[in-house]
Design a protein around this ligand. Structure first.
Ligand SMILES: Nc1nc2c(c(=O)[nH]1)N[C@H]1C(S)=C(S)[C@@H](COP(=O)(O)OP(=O)(O)OC[C@H]3O[C@@H](n4cnc5c(=O)[nH]c(N)nc54)[C@H](O)[C@@H]3O)O[C@H]1N2
Ligand SMILES: Nc1nc2c(c(=O)[nH]1)N[C@H]1C(S)=C(S)[C@@H](COP(=O)(O)OP(=O)(O)OC[C@H]3O[C@@H](n4cnc5c(=O)[nH]c(N)nc54)[C@H](O)[C@@H]3O)O[C@H]1N2
Ligand SMILES: [Mo]
Length: 688
């Protein structure tokens, strides 16, 4: 052989998983001759422990996917037909700037940015993009689609999105896994739960669905969706009745106990059981486990997840569950207490990244991302302001993930709406774009991260050069700003500068550069002696702030908007929790992962199937007043009687008859935080 093969260059690059998941793993990407050949968990990062979920270990498959969008595309067919032709960046940016500029000259609020957590990165999430829309004076987006009900619930009870350290679950003696399918959606927490189990801890899963996680717990309490607040009140009733209380903790470190006590005494196990669809003995036994554990001086921990707050009373339910540890003084132990989210611990300098000062003196209206379906169909009015004329979508796939799809689709299909979508793929949303702009993935750009499941800051270094003509979100908005003629210096900062600005001096950036992560310094048992970040410094059962805003200052059980038994036409409750191999609607287009999921599924209990003459494997219509969803029926004890599980969130175009589960979900909001009520939804099921 005459030619000598060029030497192989092989490097490993430290990064962070960008996905919307509590785990925020540290990644190690192996790069061979400029190609990312392998993505694995960084073994040096304790919470990642060298392991990744199946989805993200397939990251190269997603990155080099043959359908990755690599050039700017301009619509050439009818709206929504998904027909595009390549254009140059220059042409695309110039045309977009001209269109947005013309609208902004009349009514800047007619422009709406729409984004969520396609990447959780602080820089590719909301930095340059926010600066751009603030400068423009566009409508603000209330980013509510996931967690705001629970987030508000925490803020009004513990004072912030704070809780116990995830690593200490390994030392707990009782773990309530509440509204969380951890094996699917919080795998690295599950590692700690398994350690606890091996050390003799009892694990109890509280979930309407018999999830993969429920299979592996000692007990499963299959309550009806949206009844968690009632169950928490019932536990309080029993803790009071049996005097399994930490009176000293209650006296010193809580606010409003007498009033909460009175309310809880209205919830004996029989009442709770009737509301939750359980047996009274199940409520008593759960309280016994929780109370006795504390009585023995053993740590009892609750891992709450956002699954239980996607219902009308989700905010109140989180307030009630977050109150429980204080009743038994569980916070005294570092392995006791509860964790829903840790994101409030991160000292992010949001103003430095997003520059809200660029808005002044304007205060644009705020639109809720949950009600995008209704809002896109609204005409201009004094009440609403100008009709939405332009949408710029990034880090989100609203046509698939927003509730009440029929309306969302009708809105996106408006011929007069100008829509720009920054994406990796031609998603259901990108199908409706006038321009699709090709975005880089996490392997191709810088970013810095927080986590909502642990307390480490992570840095993401680019491992490979951008594919094709892809650009980071930040770069697109820099160039759009230039095309709009904005001169402000803030539009010239590069991504590494933005990474540094995210935490300023609060985090050691050199440590991030050298190690890839940096652990925040937080006391092991932060609330052992109160010190809650509330106004009173106590765990606030009673919230003066809520009372001042005209709401009930005390938490209560609020029934679902769509309560079982109230509508004979729709006698089943449907929840639509995540499928294991997808992340919201991300990864649905990765063939190997989609094959693992098979087809869009509805799980139904045998008694409900028999009553309808349905059998496993058959294609069914799931319907209500909002729409109809087609999917494959599985008769399974994963579903309890009267509740069906429609696993989410498929791309409509990979589903049956171009539908997904959000055909059925409603735009009604939660009690706190204006959140979505995906799991508060009545349906009926019939053969096709
Ligand atoms: N594989 C995978 N991982 C994910 C996601 C994903 O789509 N796929 N999503 C990510 C996102 S966006 C988030 S926000 C996080 C958290 O994501 P969550 O959506 O909270 O994910 P899960 O922990 O799966 O929680 C849903 C669980 O709550 C249960 N549930 C539904 N309704 C109720 C109820 O009324 N009460 C109770 N007690 N339980 C109920 C469901 O049956 C399910 O088992 O996970 C992230 N991780
Ligand atoms: N029925 C039902 N609906 C649900 C849920 C449910 O449980 N049931 N879960 C809800 C929840 S918890 C959430 S959080 C929302 C999630 O909704 P979204 O945040 O919209 O999440 P994804 O569907 O994953 O879409 C994210 C998109 O961002 C793109 N993306 C990723 N990184 C980048 C980037 O760097 N740049 C750009 N431009 N794009 C990028 C991805 O390709 C992907 O298409 O869905 C909600 N919808
Ligand atoms: Mo979410």
């Amino acid at each position: 052989m005459s030619a000598i093969a060029p030497p192989t260059t092989l490097t490993q690059v430290r990064g962070a998983c960008p996905h919307d998941c509590p785990d925020t793993c540290a990644l190690l990407t192996t790069v061979e001759n400029g190609i990312a050949v392998k993505v694995q968990g960084n073994p040096d990062h304790p919470h990642t422990g060298g392991t990744l979920c199946t989805k993200v270990s397939r990251y190269p498959e997603r990155t080099y996917h043959p359908e990755r969008i690599l050039r700017p595309l301009k619509r050439v067919g009818p709206k929504g037909a998904g027909q595009f032709a390549p254009v140059s960046w220059e042409q695309a940016l110039q045309d977009i700037a001209t269109r947005l500029g013309a609208i902004a000259a009349r009514a800047p609020e007619a422009i709406l940015p729409y984004s969520y957590a396609g990447t959780m990165g602080l820089v590719q999430g909301d930095s340059m993009s926010s600066r751009f829309f603030h400068r423009l004076g566009a409508s603000l987006l209330e980013r509510t689609i996931c967690s705001t009900a629970g987030g508000e619930g925490l803020v009004h009870t513990l004072g912030g999105k704070v809780g116990m350290g995830v690593e200490f679950f390994a030392q707990a003696k009782l773990i309530l896994i509440w509204g969380s399918n951890s094996i699917t959606s919080n795998l690295h927490f599950w590692r700690y739960a398994q350690l606890a189990k091996r050390n003799g801890a009892k694990l109890i899963c509280i979930d309407p669905r018999k999830s993969e996680t429920a299979d592996k717990c000692h007990e499963h309490i299959a309550l009806l969706p949206g009844t968690d607040g009632a169950l928490a009140l019932g536990l309080m009733h029993e803790l009071i009745h049996n005097d399994w209380l930490d009176h000293d903790y209650l006296g010193q470190y809580t606010l409003g106990w007498d009033a909460l006590r009175e309310r809880a005494l209205l919830w004996p196990p029989e009442r709770v059981a009737a509301v939750c669809g359980l047996q009274p003995e199940q409520v008593r036994a759960l309280a016994r486990d929780y109370g006795a554990c504390a009585h023995r001086g053993e740590p009892a921990a609750i891992r709450l997840n956002y699954g239980m707050q996607r219902v009308h009373g989700g905010g109140n339910a989180v307030r009630l569950v977050a109150s429980l540890p204080a009743l038994i003084g569980a916070w005294r132990h570092r392995a006791g207490g509860m964790l829903l989210s840790s994101s409030g611990r991160f000292p992010v300098d949001g103003a430095a990244l997003q520059r809200p000062d660029l808005l002044a003196p304007r205060t644009p209206r705020t639109l809720n991302m949950v009600t995008i379906g209704d809002d896109l169909l609204r005409p201009s009015s004094a009440d609403f302001g100008p009709a939405i004329e332009a949408l710029v979508v990034y880090n989100s796939n609203p046509v698939a993930v927003a509730p009440d799809s029929a309306k969302v689709v009708r809105g996106f299909a408006r011929e007069d709406l100008f829509t720009v979508v920054l994406e990796h793929f031609q998603t259901d949303t990108a199908d409706y774009a006038d321009y699709i702009l090709p975005a880089t993935t996490q392997l191709e750009h810088w970013d810095v991260h927080l986590s909502y499941g642990h307390t480490d800051v992570l840095l993401n270094r680019p491992a490979i050069a951008p594919l094709g003509q892809c650009k980071p979100n930040t770069q697109v908005f820099r160039e759009l700003a230039r095309a709009m003629g904005y001169q402000d210096d803030c539009f010239t900062q590069d991504d590494l500068t933005l990474c540094r600005a995210a935490y300023g001096s609060a985090v050691d950036f050199d440590e991030l550069l050298s190690q890839g992560f940096s652990t925040l310094k937080i006391a092991d048992a932060p609330f052992a002696q109160g010190n809650f970040p509330t106004a009173s410094g106590k765990c606030e059962f009673f919230s003066a702030r809520l009372a001042a805003s005209g709401q009930d200052g005390l938490p209560d059980h609020l029934p679902n908007h769509e309560t079982l038994g109230t509508d004979p036409a729709y006698p089943l409750a449907m929840i639509s929790p995540p499928a294991r191999n997808f992340l919201n609607s991300s990864f649905v287009n990765v063939a190997s992962l989609r094959e693992s999921e098979g087809q869009p599924l509805l799980e139904m209990h045998a008694t409900d199937a028999a009553a309808r003459g349905l059998s496993s494997g058959q294609i069914v219509r799931v319907y209500n007043q909002r729409g109809e969803y087609r999917c494959k029926l599985t008769i399974s004890d994963r579903a309890r009687p009267r509740v069906v599980n429609g696993l989410g969130v498929w791309w409509r175009k990979f589903g049956l008859a171009g539908t997904n589960v959000n055909e059925l979900t409603s735009q009604k909001l939660t009690d706190l935080g204006h959140g979505p009520t995906f799991y508060d939804c009545l349906v009926e099921v019939a053969a096709l």
